[in-house]
Design a binder for this molecule. Structure first.
Ligand code: ADP
Ligand code: MG
Length: 540
């Protein structure tokens, strides 16, 4: 820009210098305006973080600033209020609009025991809530931070844009020198320098990426950087975890099979108490079954979870283990195992003091929107979809069969990473979709790791590159669509800039473009790119 203005002044084209500066300002404003609109989606998020909470203190209700609330505190939420913290409902009932987190404005019913999230809104009904997380630690706080940090994860194509910009000035200088030497025409030379003023190479990518990240946030898609949009647009392989990801994540307990004379109630009591502190969806199925039978949970100690295998805890004198066949060590599996697995059920073996006491079976249904979403992924260019699960072979075959996809069963977390790496070594761009602690390493290893649901485990959301904030499979093809559209816009931007500059420089060098027109023309690609990129803000 400076070189252009100086060139205009040197050849005595005062008006031209003014035109350059004028369009530079216009371009600046347009860029600021578009960037601001793209950031707005993120800023909207920050603005809706609640600032105060009604704290229950010595039986009294006091309104305090959110910074005074500690985990463990009991807060009251009145109808129509924003929920100030992440927590668990102690009592009360309400419908909650969770759009701030999930992008879904259809309210959900909550009552005792339900998990609720800061920045969501309680409609109809009030709640007493035990605080678990406050401020930046809440799910909402983390979303805001991750979206803010997203600009740091630049796409590869942006680095190319930046590089081209770096070479651009010297190349233009050389063309200007040649023009002058050949034509001896100072006006053509100035026109060359002027027409090249635009900085559209550097702008071709970042605004498009920012716009799409903003559009994604509105739909409940947390995208941690343009890099992942770029990779997602190229992805051809999708690997999917089963429990909690492909299935509803709300398995139900079906059978309680007694194997050593222990009563059904005792078996369930021990299993549910051992599962007390597990985050796994299967653990919740066991606990729910126990609650349904009004079973009182026993105190459990020395809780250990072995991801992909199961849990162990001590209950009084008894060491209780609950998990897959892997907890059985080298002991033979009872015959009934085969029959139960053939029914597509997931089996949990229960051992007390190393002795098999019984088997619990759970069954889980596919999320209803899954088949359509997988078909859509294929249509969007995904060639391979494979189910990766820690569950047994027969259950995996039953589920994969319903969907017509491939599967691998009996996997440990490290097997999942190994499979991701194998695909990557064969030059595939791999997307891994998962929800659990056992998926986190594979999510991080994948080119694009996608965490399922705001209710997915924290580690999974941290490890992933994109998080679906609502447990809805239709968000997955939507993420692909946004990514592919973004890359189309970026390529258009780059192509347009390239063609425009070549034509502009040629016309200028051969004297067909007077300096004043060159000055006006240089602003066009910038404005074109901004306009083109801002289309991405309006993605439905
Ligand atoms: P997936 O890969 O399908 O999500 P996981 O790897 O989480 O499944 O678990 C694999 C198997 O390990 C389960 O099918 C179950 O048998 C056992 N398992 C894992 N965690 C638990 C737990 N908390 N309680 C009982 N069983 C568990
Ligand atoms: Mg899982």
């Amino acid at each position: 820009m400076t070189v252009g203005v100086i060139a205009a002044l040197v050849v005595g084209e005062w008006a031209t210098a003014v035109v350059v500066v004028f369009f530079m300002r216009v371009g600046d404003y347009a860029e600021k305006f578009t960037t601001a609109r793209a950031r707005q989606a993120v800023r909207d998020l920050t603005a809706i973080a609640p600032q105060t909470a009604r704290l229950e203190r010595d039986g009294q209700e006091v309104e305090v600033s959110i910074s005074e609330v500690q985990p463990g505190a009991v807060v009251i939420v009145r109808p129509g209020e924003k929920i100030p913290v992440d927590g668990v409902v102690l009592d009360g009932q309400a419908t909650v609009n969770q759009a701030a987190i999930t992008g879904e404005s259809m309210p959900v019913e909550v009552s005792q025991g339900a998990k609720i999230f800061a920045a969501t809104i309680a409609q109809m009904g009030s709640l007493r809530v035990k605080t678990t997380l406050v401020g930046p630690d809440t799910t909402f706080g983390r979303i805001v931070r991750m979206v803010e940090e997203a600009e740091a994860n630049r796409a590869e194509v942006q680095r190319i844009g930046d590089k081209v910009s770096g070479y651009y000035l010297p190349v233009v200088a050389v063309i200007a020198v040649i023009t002058y030497l050949v034509s001896k025409n100072p006006l053509s030379t100035a026109a060359v320098l002027l027409v090249a003023c635009s900085c559209s190479f550097a702008q071709a990518t970042p605004i498009a990426m920012l716009a799409s990240i903003g559009a994604g946030a509105k739909h409940g898609l947390l995208i941690k950087g343009g890099r992942y949009l770029e990779l997602l647009a190229k992805a051809d392989t999708v690997l999917i975890d089963k429990t909690g990801t492909l299935t509803t994540g709300k398995p139900r307990l079906v059978d309680v099979v007694r194997l050593n004379g222990m009563s059904e109630e005792r078996l369930l009591t021990l299993a549910a108490s051992a599962e007390r502190y597990s985050e796994h969806p299967l653990a919740e199925a066991v606990r729910q079954a126990a609650r349904d039978q009004n079973i009182t949970f026993l105190e459990s100690q020395d809780f250990v979870a072995d991801p992909g295998k199961g849990v162990r805890a001590r209950i009084g004198e008894t060491v209780v283990e609950v998990g897959s066949w892997r907890i059985m060590e080298d002991n033979p599996l009872p015959e009934v195992t085969i029959e139960l697995e053939k029914q597509g059920k997931t089996l949990l073996f229960v051992r007390t003091n190393q002795e098999l006491a019984g088997i619990l079976t759970t069954s889980d249904t596919l999320r209803p929107e899954t088949p359509a979403a997988l078909a859509e992924l294929k249509r969007l260019g995904v060639r391979k979809i494979e189910l990766l699960t820690g569950d047994n072979e027969r259950t995996a075959a039953a589920i994969a069969g319903q969907l017509g996809i491939d599967y691998r069963a009996n996997l440990l977390p490290e097997d999942k990473i190994r499979i991701v790496k194998e695909y990557q070594e064969q030059k595939h761009i791999v997307v891994m979709v998962g929800d659990g602690v056992n998926d986190a390493p594979a999510l991080a290893q994948a080119n694009v790791g996608i965490a399922m649901g705001a209710n997915g485990t924290d580690v999974a959301i941290e490890a992933a590159h994109i998080a679906l904030m609502r447990e809805d499979w239709s968000l997955l093809p939507r993420a692909f669509q946004i990514a592919q559209r973004t890359m189309r816009v970026v390529k258009m931007n780059l192509g347009f800039t390239m063609v425009y500059n070549i034509i502009g420089l040629t016309l200028a060098a051969f004297g067909f473009l007077p300096p004043i027109l060159a000055a006006a023309a240089q602003s066009l690609p910038d404005l074109g790119i901004l306009g083109n990129s801002s289309r991405l803000l309006r993605q439905d």
